[in-house]
Design a protein around this ligand. Structure first.
Ligand code: NAP
Length: 461
């Protein structure tokens, strides 16, 4: 058989692709996990340790030497040691001169030290090229291979070539390097793993405050008022009735708060006549957590659906219905079907179902796996146009639920209106202002401003 020599060459192992040796200082959890991953990816690994005795936990293909001996064997040294033990590195300054030192360390508190650990390392070993990387990847994820959520590795450093070499290693390990610029960015990168749901803080705090407010509001109106005036004990409302009032109220208010910052931003841009001046910080932060606000709102809407589904099986509801039927039978008088009520009730339910369906659709499109598969225009269409439609449907659902009770004096207890009336304030403001903003006399200048036009260019920052 006539063999094609070029094919044989392609299949032959490419010796020039041999990976360079990597040195890892520290045989702790992270050093071992990273060493293991590097060996799997084809890198020869040598550990620098205080003890050269090889334990069974250390990958069997790796060498364990003293720090000085190990450092001499590689041009790239990963410092898998806590910052407080860095001092010994000064004694190795000569050996480490010109080498790439990768700082992987994290702290226990945000901004724990005046300078980042990577900058501190650069001060201790001035002749070395320090690169910050790998600190957002956990030893457990490296070892178990469950890196899906933490595939990104933030990299920063002052030496471009050193940074590039570290980024090549990151890629070879099957991870994604993200260049964060110079070593000045190290503090920010070190703070990432210490942040606790930064984007969720505001939505969760806000929903906790609103929940507490509406809980006491409903408690006063629906339980305490009835007890004081009618001597009736409706305390069992706390279990289902009150939560089923609070959930739709919060869902509606939070959904409106997703769209309120966009409306405020439009007013600010129209007033300033430019898009090139920064929004106030509070508005910037509010805009950044709109997705989280929307997801919390969706959670409340889903709870409302669940609470509503159990209404027919509630003892109180069944008792009230049977009492009504018995009283009609005793009085020998049946109530005729009221077409207005039928229409109000059916349209209220239909608006709720449609509103919830679109709400779920919005939630699904905000998932990264879905949003990554739609282009910018499609994403904006769903989040803006369908979002406003959801807000309109949910607001209409609440308005129709109120029906003709808005003006009825019996729905005011201690001069307090029904809680759902309060929930309509923010959504109605958002929808009215949005409606005004789509008038051509405002929409046209706003569109031009968003395309870069400026009314008074000399005032922009
Ligand atoms: P560790 O298990 O405590 O290991 C630290 C290693 O440092 C020790 O095993 C020891 O290695 C060495 N060491 C300790 N005291 C020393 C001293 N006085 N002088 C010289 N070397 C000393 O810590 P780790 O979890 O592996 O973390 C190592 C670094 O990686 C830390 O900076 C941490 O912030 C960072 N990190 C860890 C994770 C993680 O998931 N664990 C994730 C990201 C970043 P020898 O006995 O071999 O000398």
């Amino acid at each position: 058989m006539n063999k094609n020599s070029s094919n044989i060459m392609a299949l032959a192992p490419n010796t020039s692709n041999k990976r360079e040796t990597i040195c890892i200082f520290g045989t702790g959890d992270f050093g071992r996990a990273l060493g293991h991953k590097m060996i799997q990816s084809g890198y020869p690994v040598v550990f620098g340790s205080r003890s050269t005795q090889k334990s069974s936990l250390i990958p069997k293909d790796a060498e364990v030497l003293s720090h000085a001996e190990a450092a001499q064997k590689a041009a790239i040294i990963i410092i898998a040691i806590q910052r407080q033990h860095y001092n010994f590195l000064t004694s190795l300054a000569e050996i480490l001169h010109g080498k790439v030192l990768v700082d992987v360390s994290n702290n226990l508190k945000i901004n724990q030290y005046p300078e980042s650990n990577a900058e501190y390392l650069a001060q201790l070993v001035p002749g070395a090229k320090v690169v910050k990387a790998f600190n957002t990847v956990s030893a457990w994820a490296l070892q178990s291979g469950t890196l899906d959520a933490s595939r990104q590795v933030f990299v920063c450093g002052d030496d471009m070539e050193a940074k590039q070499r570290v980024m090549d290693i990151v890629r070879a390990l099957g991870l994604t390097p993200l260049d964060h610029g110079s070593l000045l960015a190290a503090q920010e990168i070190e703070n990432y793993p210490l942040q606790l749901f930064p984007m969720w803080k505001f939505p969760i705090l806000l929903s906790l405050c609103l929940t507490a407010f509406f809980f006491f509001y409903c408690l006063i109106r629906d339980v305490i008022y009835s007890y004081v005036y009618d001597n009736k004990d409706f305390s069992f409302f706390i279990a289902i009735s009150i939560p089923n009032r609070i959930c739709p109220i919060l869902a509606l208010i939070l959904l409106a708060l997703v769209y309120l910052p966009g409306v405020l931003a439009a007013i600010i841009q129209l007033y300033r006549g430019t898009k090139y001046r920064r929004f106030p910080d509070w508005l910037d932060k509010w805009m950044l957590c709109r997705k989280q606000l929307g997801l919390v709102a969706l959670a409340f809407a889903s709870l409302h659906v669940l609470y509503t589904l159990v209404i027919p099986i509630r003892y109180f509801v069944r008792w009230r219905m049977s009492s009504q039927i018995i009283s009609q039978a005793l009085n020998n008088k049946t109530e005729p079907l009221n077409n207005t009520y039928v229409w109000l009730s059916d349209s209220y339910l239909a608006l709720g179902i449609l509103g919830f369906f679109l709400f779920v659709l919005l939630g699904i499109t905000s998932l990264p796996s879905v949003s990554n598969n739609v282009n910018w225009r499609e994403f904006r269409f769903v989040q803006s146009k369908l979002g406003y439609l959801t807000l309109i449907l949910c607001t209409a659902h609440t308005l129709v639920y109120g029906g003709n009770r808005f003006l009825s004096p019996s729905s005011y207890r201690w001069y307090l209106p029904n809680a759902y009336m309060l929930s309509l304030i923010v959504p109605c403001i958002v929808l009215v202002v949005k409606f005004v903003l789509i008038f051509p006399c405002l929409d046209k200048p706003l569109t031009r401003i968003r395309q870069g036009w400026e009314r008074n260019p000399q005032y922009s920052e």
